[in-house]
Design a protein around this ligand. Structure first.
Ligand code: C5P
Length: 425
């Protein structure tokens, strides 16, 4: 990727020191970084440190930007390709969600027309608090990409989710966000769907072929709580499902995307419903009906634990986890009286991919199975990777597609779905 311009807003938290490492890594990769430091952030890092690392002036007060023509708060973000908030404290997230603009950082965030990536870091209880969860859900609905914090020991002595992700992971999320820019909902102008249609090219080449048709997409993993701080998860990144939702919206469909916990921006023109568990996903799918087609890309956890109400303490003996089977959303939908005309399932397999997919087609009762091979070392497998090689299994037979970027798989699949929905019965 060629060098991009990143406006880095450094919030007030102990993790602010990691912003220094982030600047170094971003510059090493050829990006230009300009910093805005909040009053809280200045308690943890100095403007001098950020200026020295970024080799750019650091801005901290709305009132120091006297020369609006030269560098006003609007201009600050206009000159960037991406705005990154790191660390994003609970307070900053709350202000962003509420649209409060009471200092330079929050004013820039309210005024920006650029994609925004927030990298939260806070105490575990603050992260798990209903108010923060609500704020994060609001921000994601508004099109802000919010990373999921890491889990581990915290500076405050507690343990759990809330740690700033490692700088390398933040760089990856930044480059992903730069690859998949989106239009924040606050931007005036053409409807987001128009923006999506103009960006995505498909083999159909026409806009609006799916206009007026409601399509449901599920994406990402599900998290199944073990206790208030631990959960069972899988490595699904949500990238393929999000790309499919975006590609369908680009063809004019009214898309509802039911997303498990992932830090991806909402594709333009897509209505997103965030869920955590398989049971929440099943309820959100049910609430979205009726739809003409359902594309079930999510890697739903097959089992959930009988979650403990309080954190399980270490007691010498490892605790026994009693697992309970989750509802099979795809099978239920395929057999429901509200069955969509077209139901597409995904199959992640590590061996005998096509044979398993054919068996799954019959077992689940869906119309197509998109099968992919997810074997391969962690980090280089399809799960989380940028490319995908799929086999499209239908009653008519099996098509082997070449390895393609996930965005292209999405566009081809959206074109096939459009063909299936628009051809005469
Ligand atoms: O059985 P398996 O998990 O391999 O099936 C994968 C397909 O079934 C995917 O389309 C996935 O979204 C869907 N699925 C589901 N509910 C489950 C498990 C899988 O909808 N509990």
């Amino acid at each position: 990727m060629t060098g991009k311009r990143i406006l880095l807003i450094v919030g007030g938290g102990i993790a602010a020191y990691k912003a220094c490492e982030l600047i170094r890594l971003l510059r090493k990769r050829g990006h230009m970084v300009r910093c805005v430091l909040t009053a809280g952030g200045a308690h943890f890092v100095t403007p001098m440190t950020l200026a020295a690392l970024s080799e750019q002036p650091v801005h901290s007060s709305l009132w120091e930007l006297k020369d609006e023509v030269e560098m006003g708060h609007i201009e600050l973000s206009r000159q960037a390709d991406l705005v990154v908030v790191c660390p994003a404290t609970a307070d900053l997230l709350a202000k962003m969600a509420a649209g409060i603009a009471d200092d330079l950082a929050t004013t820039v965030l309210l005024a920006t027309d650029k994609p925004v990536l927030a990298v939260p870091a806070m105490n575990v209880r603050m992260w798990l608090h209903a108010a923060t969860r609500r704020n994060v859900a609001t921000l994601r609905r508004d099109g802000v990409a919010v990373m999921t914090p890491d889990e581990g020991p915290m500076a405050c002595g507690e343990f759990g989710p809330g740690r700033l992700p490692e700088p390398d992971a933040i760089v990856t999320a930044i480059e992903d966000a730069l690859h998949n820019p989106f239009v924040p909902s606050a931007v005036e102008g053409p409807a987001p769907r128009v923006a999506a249609s103009s960006r995505a090219s498909t083999s159909l080449g026409t806009n609006g072929v799916l206009a007026g048709r409601h399509i449901l997409v599920t994406a990402g993993p599900t998290h199944e709580p073990i206790d208030p701080v631990r959960y069972i998860a899988n490595r699904s990144s949500g990238k393929q499902g999000f790309a499919i939702a975006g590609a369908l919206a680009a063809l004019g469909a009214e898309v509802t995307l039911v997303a498990g916990p992932v830090a991806l921006p909402t594709p333009a023109g897509v209505t997103r419903v965030d869920v955590e568990t398989a049971r929440e996903m099943a309820a959100a799918v049910d609430a979205a009906l009726p739809v003409e087609a359902a594309i079930m890309v999510a890697a739903v956890a097959d089992w959930r634990a009988e979650a403990a109400g309080l954190k399980i303490k270490k007691s010498g003996e490892p605790p026994a986890l009693a697992l309970v089977e989750n509802p099979d959303i795809l099978a239920m939908l395929s057999h429901s009286p509200n069955r969509p005309r077209l139901v597409v399932g995904f199959a992640a397999e590590t061996n005998d991919v096509v044979a398993h997919a054919q068996a799954k087609l019959a077992r689940k009762g869906c119309d197509w199975i998109v099968a992919n091979d997810v074997s391969g070392p962690t980090g280089r497998s399809v799960m989380g990777g940028a490319d995908n090689a799929i086999h499209l299994v239908t009653a008519a037979g099996v098509e082997d597609w070449p390895t393609l970027p996930k965005a292209e798989v999405a566009q081809r699949l959206a074109a096939r779905i459009a063909q299936a929905l628009t051809e005469p019965a």
